[in-house]
Write a protein that binds this ligand. Structure first.
Ligand SMILES: Nc1nc2c(ncn2[C@@H]2O[C@H](COP(=O)(O)OP(=O)(O)OP(=O)(O)O)[C@@H](O)[C@H]2O)c(=O)[nH]1
Ligand SMILES: [Mg+2]
Length: 298
């Protein structure tokens, strides 16, 4: 791609990562940043909010915005997630539309109405190319490119990093000259408190089954910085039966969630972490705008 920017110029801009649930948007962001700021899981609808990550080079700063997967649902929480994804797409200079190997033109074209809502450049990125046989990427890109007027299309693997550098060069060439929006050493605008809450939610997502991940929210009631960092968090569920499952036999499930979350939060804070977890029933919280707001989805 050609660029007529001056050699001493600084390039910057906002790139929103959008697509259906579970295609690897958050894994891609973590791969680009080389650090984990967005939680990931093998189940769909993991990300619920806009997650901002800042990529920097001496001559460029690209602000990536990870979004909840686009899907159809009337439930208040899901509507919140879809609205968040759409507003974050509208704010971007470039929307990176992420797909995965088993997408077809038919499955990907369900996104077209969403793409039509924002008037910015769109790039198609097929993620998880490590799962594709050699030679299958180019025909897949050609097939999926037909659904929209994409400015560029490429394949990447967020697991191995293949293709990421080429994509970053392309984004840099496409973005305009602009200021450094965030301080050079900043990687996200999210607080350690919020990231800790997300890490607990990630463990609930990975370790529980069926409807439990979708009925769970995490609220940090107390966060005291220091060494150790002290965190008291509540896992909200919708029904008493779900509370029993999250606690597990003899407290075993809650113990595992706590242990795994604590290790991740320790990596984040660089301190010892004392994590106290409780489970509370907040009836039908995913369906009511008021409880959604109370739990931070606003
Ligand atoms: N093999 C392979 N798996 C990947 C790759 N990228 C992501 N995954 C896996 O795909 C699953 C979903 O990844 P996420 O990053 O949570 O996907 P997402 O698009 O953010 O999902 P939502 O937040 O639910 O919309 C996880 O199990 C990841 O490990 C990749 O490049 N290759
Ligand atoms: Mg995600």
């Amino acid at each position: 791609m050609t660029s007529n920017k001056k050699s001493d110029s600084f390039t910057s801009g906002f790139v929103t990562i959008a697509g259906k649930p579970n295609v690897g948007k958050s894994t891609f962001l973590n791969c680009v940043l080389g650090t984990k700021i967005s939680i990931t899981a093998s189940k769909p609808q993991t990300t619920r909010d806009r997650i901002l990550g800042i990529w920097g080079a001496p001559d460029a700063q690209i602000i990536f915005l990870d979004t909840p997967g686009l899907h159809a649902s009337d439930k208040a929480l899901n509507q919140y997630m879809i609205d968040k994804a759409l507003s974050t797409m509208a704010d971007a200079d470039i929307v990176l539309v992420m797909a995965e190997p088993h997408d077809t033109a038919a499955t990907l074209s369900t996104l077209t109405p969403y793409l039509d809502k924002s008037h910015n450049e769109k790039i198609l990125v097929v993620n998880k190319t490590d799962l594709m046989p050699q030679g299958a990427v180019a025909p897949k890109l050609e097939e999926l490119s037909a659904i929209y007027d994409f400015r560029y299309a490429c394949g990447v693997s967020s697991l191995t990093g293949v293709g990421i550098e080429v994509l970053m060069d392309t984004l840099k060439a496409m973005l305009p000259e602009g200021p450094r929006y965030f301080p050079e050493d900043m990687i996200t605008d999210l607080s350690v408190r919020f990231l800790s809450q997300e890490l607990v939610r990630e463990k609930v997502f990975e370790l529980t089954r069926k409807e439990i991940p979708y009925a769970s929210a995490v609220e940090i009631e107390e966060f005291r910085e220091g060494d150790p960092t002290y965190i008291r968090a509540v896992i909200h569920v919708e029904r008493p039966s779900q509370k029993g499952i999250v606690i597990g036999a003899g407290g075993s499930m809650l113990k595992t969630i706590g242990k795994e979350a604590r290790l991740d939060i320790q990596r984040l804070t660089g301190t010892k972490v004392f994590l106290e977890l409780f489970v509370r029933v907040t009836k039908d919280w995913t369906k009511k705008p008021k409880t959604l707001r109370d739990l931070g989805y606003k």
